[in-house]
Design a protein around this ligand. Structure first.
Ligand SMILES: [Zn+2]
Length: 129
């Protein structure tokens, strides 16, 4: 065992608002340490997630219209160029055949997620409180 590596163990913390105990798991502690967070969380991870979701729900959003198919959707991030928003469907539809026709680009774009960033996994994962 490397003594320089801190060992994490589940610990019980208390919600700063309600005083309810919650487990700050070893895994979360490791994540916090990796992110360089020095303060322990004020709330359980479930509550932090719920608060983030609520924040997202009240966040302003923009209606955008896909300039290819006309489908309307909304996004939480202001589109840099509203006239050229492409929905994920058209993105996949146009982009994949384009890549197939240009195999030299495939290595570059392999693994690119065609969904808009706010739908991608982990995109809502922000710094915990
Ligand atoms: Zn579209």
């Amino acid at each position: 065992m490397d003594p320089a590596q801190p060992q994490f163990q589940d610990m019980t913390l208390f919600d700063v608002d309600t005083g309810e105990p919650f487990i700050f798991t070893a895994k979360e502690q490791e994540f916090f340490a990796r992110q360089g967070f020095t303060n322990p969380p004020k709330y359980s991870s479930e509550k932090r997630k719920r608060m983030r979701d609520e924040q997202m729900a009240t966040k302003p959003f923009w209606h955008v219209r896909c300039f290819v198919c006309g489908r309307v959707g909304k996004t939480h991030s202001e589109p840099p160029d509203p006239k050229h928003v492409v929905c994920s469907y058209c993105f996949a539809e146009k982009w994949n055949p384009y890549l197939e026709a240009h195999p030299e680009l495939q290595d570059l774009y392999e693994g690119v997620d065609p969904r808009p960033p706010q739908e991608q996994e982990g995109a809502t994962e922000s710094a915990p409180e």
